[in-house]
Design a protein around this ligand. Structure first.
Ligand code: NAP
Length: 255
């Protein structure tokens, strides 16, 4: 029985990954700030499976707070020994302003979550994977980590960081039988744009007139990467909706 720890499991890609993995028989440790969402997901998963062996645990954690992450880890250190797979899904973009107009607090939130949260979780969970001589770390990068665009400076910067960190991490872990995968999606219809734009109406507009990726599309790719034979490491995967050809070019059929 494999155990996957998923950050950002209360919504979008993380939530979909939890559902897909439970269907494959993985036990889950779910992390996010919204406890109610995690508990709902846990009930949904447990009610839809006959597999009595699946264990689903929920932890409320703000990944912007490194001290909280460290304390949580120390409090649960024994229980976390069983983690074979870490899926670093928690992340966000805030705003679409140009650098000269941006809000410094938005920048901090993106850097603390997308970078500090991801590296802290990774650093804390790796020693046990090394001890077990097995493991898989899946990071949610983005096409923004490949191609920067106007209005996305710091978000793009954090996702370029995820790409660089994932590449170096894989090299640091040579010889330990631990795989590292960076998944880089284009537009996925989740709560991402609601969070980014802080406006549900505008968020809806983002996905109008074309078929964006769904969280399930990306979750299936995560599961596929995990289920490759142990000697196969999917290092990176860039995934666009067919109608999106670059970070800013989308073919829309509008009335
Ligand atoms: P989403 O639906 O908004 O989900 C984001 C998740 O991150 C939520 O579960 C949220 O949980 C969690 N999160 C955010 N800040 C957190 C914090 N401080 N502490 C703990 N958890 C936190 O967005 P999504 O599209 O699934 O995004 C998942 C990942 O995919 C992100 O890293 C994003 O950058 C990346 N991505 C998304 C797209 C896209 O178009 N959607 C494209 C490329 C890459 P709580 O709010 O409950 O804490």
């Amino acid at each position: 029985m494999k155990t996957a720890l998923i950050t950002g499991a209360s919504s979008g890609i993380g939530q979909a990954a939890a559902i897909e993995l439970s269907q494959k028989g993985y036990s889950l440790i779910l992390i996010a700030r919204r406890r109610d969402r995690l508990e709902q997901l846990k009930s949904k998963i447990l009610n839809s499976t006959d597999n009595q062996n699946i264990i689903v645990e929920c932890y409320t954690l703000d990944l912007k707070e490194q001290t909280s992450i460290k304390n949580w880890f120390q409090e649960n250190i024994k229980n976390l020994e069983k983690v074979d797979i870490l899926i670093n899904c928690a992340g966000l973009a805030r705003g679409i302003s140009k650098v000269q107009d941006s809000n410094l607090l938005d920048w901090n939130e993106m850097i603390e979550t997308n970078i500090n949260g991801l590296i802290t979780m990774t650093r804390l969970l790796i020693p046990n994977m090394i001890k077990k001589n097995k493991g898989h770390i899946v990071n949610l990068g983005s096409i923004a980590g490949r191609w920067s665009y106007t209005g996305g400076s710091v978000y793009c910067g954090t996702k370029h960081f995820v790409k660089a960190f994932s590449e170096a991490l894989r090299q640091d872990l040579i010889g330990y039988n631990i795989r590292v995968t960076n998944i880089e999606p284009g537009m996925v219809n989740t709560e991402f744009s609601n969070v980014r734009l802080r406006d549900d109406k505008k968020a809806e507009e983002v996905y109008k007139g074309f078929s964006p990726l769904t969280a399930k599309d990306i979750a299936e790719i995560i599961v596929w990467s995990l289920e490759r034979p142990q000697h196969v490491n999917i290092q990176e995967m860039v995934v666009f909706p067919t109608a999106q050809v670059s970070a800013t070019q989308v073919y829309r059929e509008l009335p």
